[in-house]
Write a protein that binds this ligand. Structure first.
Ligand SMILES: [Zn+2]
Length: 246
């Protein structure tokens, strides 16, 4: 098969050793998120003198609209990459181009980014697609990433713990407020999964974080169902206004 379809880099289309590999150029092009970053929401800092490093919005009282984290929602968030043209291409390759051969490599990047928020007893839960979109797309890219992460981390996987029971219009082009309205009430817990969530440390998996409204909505539902901790893990996240300096 390799002779007919030689393995190509997901990003640069250069020849690579194996299907799903990234070329050395691709590794250089991607912006990996490394410390220092906010210990809670994971937003990268240019430099940090704060100890512990926690950004302003994350120290605000619950209900502060600009915060990703809240005591009744997300506890911590990690992302492997800054969302830019290159990481967008990787995410899209997984979503629409059926380059599922790259999922394992992308999951490895995510595993590395989430090392400090992953425990042996973490429960991996992917952000679900609505059944109508799942039928159209044939697979849920977040579930594919979560499956690879389960193999890599040996953590339990609950593929259907969260259900999307309301088809939400595409989030693209919506403001942060619009996105929050759009996903409000869109998720619920699968009754069969409810007992397994009690007191659990959940690692919520998605491909891209834009404003965080989807992860926030999912985290709220999981906390209400009894999850002790809900952390978010994405492949790439939007970092507004470049890196923050605190
Ligand atoms: Zn923060």
């Amino acid at each position: 098969v390799d002779a007919i379809l030689p393995p190509q880099c997901l990003l640069t289309n250069e020849r690579v050793q194996a299907h799903g590999d990234l070329s050395p150029h691709a590794w250089q092009m991607l912006q990996f998120i490394d410390r220092p970053y906010c210990q809670k929401c994971g937003v990268p800092f240019e430099t940090s003198s704060l100890k512990p490093p926690i950004c302003g919005p994350c120290t605000a009282p619950d209900g502060f609209a600009g915060a990703l984290t809240a005591s009744d929602g997300l506890d911590r968030v990690r992302a492997a990459l800054v969302y830019d043209d290159h990481s967008a291409k990787l995410a899209l390759s997984l979503k629409y181009a059926d380059r599922l051969d790259g999922a394992a490599a992308l999951a490895r990047m995510m595993q590395r980014a989430a090392a400090d928020i992953t425990a042996p007893d973490s429960l991996l839960v992917p952000v679900p697609l609505h059944p109508s979109r799942l039928r159209a797309r044939r697979y849920n890219q977040a579930a594919i990433l979560a499956q690879h992460l389960a193999t890599l981390t040996q953590c339990d996987l609950a593929l259907t713990a969260l259900l999307r029971h309301r088809a939400t219009p595409q989030q693209q082009g919506l403001s942060a407020k619009g996105r929050e309205r759009n996903v409000r009430g869109a998720f619920r817990i699968n009754k069969e999964s409810q007992p397994s969530l009690k007191g659990r440390r959940v690692l919520l998996v998605d491909d891209v974080l834009t404003t965080g409204s989807t992860l926030k909505a999912c985290a709220k539902v999981l906390k209400r169902a009894g999850a002790a901790e809900v952390n978010g893990l994405v492949l790439a996240r939007v970092v507004q206004d470049g890196k923050m300096t605190i």
